[in-house]
Design a protein around this ligand. Structure first.
Ligand code: ATP
Length: 367
C-alpha cells in the first residue's frame, strides 16, 4: 500500500512548483497541464508547450517528473505526453485570424542573405511540427520562387462568393506567395510604390492561408514604403533583423532595427540573426574563418538589448542549394541544418516570450 495520496489536486499542486524557464511562471497557471489521468501508483498527463520547436522540452519533462516524485511519492510512475500549441496575440484579428504569428524579416542592406535565412528558418520551423507560410515582399529581388524551385508554379486564382481569391503555392511544406509569382519567369518587374503596396495587401486580404503558426514576411532591404504598408495592413507580432558581421552592414542594420522601434510603428524586435558569421569549408567542418569580422551581430543585439537568435556560417552548400531551388536545410547539409535549427528554436522561443509578456501589436493607423 502506498502512503501518499494521489489526486488530481495533488498532481496540479506538485506541478505548480515547475516554472516554465522562459516565461518565468508556473506551468499550471500558464494552462500548460492537461488531461491528468490517475492510476493506482501512476499518473499520466499532457504538457502543452508554447512551440513545437521548444529547446527546453526535455528540461521541462524532467522537472515535472521530479516534482511528482518529490511532492507526492518517489515510486509513482509518471508518463508525460508532450504536445504543443503555438501561442498568439492575434486571436479575433480582422485580417487572417487563422494566422497565429506574423513575423517581419528585414535587413539594413541588400545581399546579406535575408531571403536565404527566411527560407531556411521556415523549413526548420516546419520540420519541428509548425505550420508555416512565407510572403515574399522583396520587390527588388523576389527570390523565393528560385529558392523553392517554384519559378514555373502559379498560385491558383479562383472565385468565391463573387470575390477573386488566391491560393498560396506549397513547396517543401511551406505555403508561399511572392511578388515574383505574379509575373512570368525572367520578366523584369518595375513596381511603383503604390502597386507593390497593393499587391502586398492582396496577399493578406485575398489569399487563403488557412491555419498557420508562423507567417514570415521577407521584406525588401532597408526601410521603405513596403515596410509601412505592412504595418498598416496587419498587426505584426515581431520583427527580426538579418545582418552580416562587418561594420558597413551593421550601420544599415541599426537603422532597420530602429525603424521598428519608432513609437508610431512599435513592432517588438525579436532578435538579430547574423549570417555569413564565419566560413567553414565542407572538408574542415571544425574550422571557422571570420572573414567578415567577428561579433558584429552580437554588438547590434547588445546595443538594442535584444537576443542574438543565431549565427549562420558561410558554407558553399547554402549558396548552391539556394540556386538549385532546394533550401540548404532540406538538402541535409549538417552544418547548415544545425545552424538554422538552432536559430528557428531561438525565434520560436522569443515569439512565445513576446506573446506571454507584451500586449498585442496594434495595426499602424494611417495619419
Ligand atoms: N550563409 C550563407 N552561405 C553561403 N551563401 C549564402 C549564405 N547566405 C546567403 N548566401 C548566398 O548569398 C546570396 C544572397 O543571398 P540572399 O538572396 O538570401 O540575400 P538577400 O539579403 O535576401 O538579398 P536581396 O537584398 O537581394 O534580397 C545568394 O546567392 C545566397 O545563396
Amino acid at each position: 500500500m502506498s502512503d501518499y495520496r494521489l489526486s488530481t489536486e495533488a498532481v496540479l499542486r506538485a506541478l505548480s512548483t515547475v516554472e516554465e524557464p522562459d516565461l518565468k511562471r508556473d506551468i499550471v497557471s500558464l494552462n500548460m497541464v492537461k488531461d491528468v489521468v490517475l492510476g493506482i501508483d501512476s499518473v499520466r498527463f499532457t504538457v502543452v508547450l508554447t512551440t513545437p520547436a521548444c529547446p527546453l522540452k526535455e528540461v521541462i519533462r524532467k522537472r515535472c517528473e521530479d516534482a511528482i516524485h518529490i511532492h507526492i511519492g518517489a515510486d509513482i510512475q509518471v508518463t508525460i505526453d508532450m504536445t504543443s500549441d503555438v501561442t498568439s496575440t492575434r486571436m479575433n484579428a480582422p485580417t487572417l485570424p487563422g494566422v497565429k504569428n506574423i513575423i517581419a524579416v528585414s535587413s539594413g542592406k541588400g545581399g546579406v542573405g535575408k531571403s536565404t535565412v527566411t527560407a531556411n528558418l521556415a523549413i526548420a520551423l516546419h520540420k519541428s511540427g509548425a505550420k508555416v507560410g512565407i510572403i515574399d515582399a522583396d520587390i527588388y529581388g523576389p527570390s523565393m520562387p528560385t529558392m523553392f524551385g517554384a519559378e514555373n508554379i502559379q498560385p491558383r486564382i479562383f472565385q468565391q462568393d463573387g470575390l477573386t481569391r488566391m491560393e498560396p503555392i506549397q513547396q517543401f511544406g511551406i505555403k508561399i506567395l511572392s511578388m515574383g509569382l505574379l509575373v512570368a519567369p525572367g520578366q523584369a518587374i518595375i513596381w511603383r510604390g503604390t502597386m507593390a503596396g497593393r499587391a502586398l495587401q492582396q496577399f493578406f486580404s485575398d489569399a487563403d492561408w488557412g491555419e498557420l503558426d508562423y507567417l514570415l514576411i521577407d521584406l525588401p532591404p532597408g526601410t521603405g514604403d513596403i515596410h509601412l504598408t505592412l504595418v498598416q495592413t496587419v498587426p505584426v507580432t515581431g520583427a527580426i533583423i538579418v545582418t552580416t558581421p562587418q561594420k558597413v552592414a551593421l550601420a544599415d542594420a541599426t537603422k532597420g532595427l530602429a525603424m521598428f522601434r519608432q513609437p508610431q510603428i512599435n513592432v517588438p524586435v525579436l532578435g538579430v540573426i547574423e549570417n555569413m558569421s564565419y566560413f567553414t569549408p565542407a572538408e574542415l567542418p571544425d574550422h571557422k574563418y571570420y572573414i567578415f569580422g567577428k561579433g558584429g551581430g552580437q554588438l547590434l543585439a547588445d546595443q538594442f538589448d535584444v537576443p542574438m537568435l543565431g549565427q549562420i556560417p558561410l558554407v558553399q552548400s547554402i549558396r548552391e542549394s539556394g540556386d538549385d531551388g532546394r533550401p540548404a536545410i532540406s538538402s541535409g547539409d549538417p552544418i547548415a541544418t544545425a545552424a538554422f535549427r538552432d536559430a528557428a528554436e531561438a525565434l520560436a522561443q522569443q515569439v512565445a516570450i513576446r506573446n506571454a509578456t507584451i500586449d498585442r501589436t496594434e495595426r499602424v493607423q494611417v495619419a
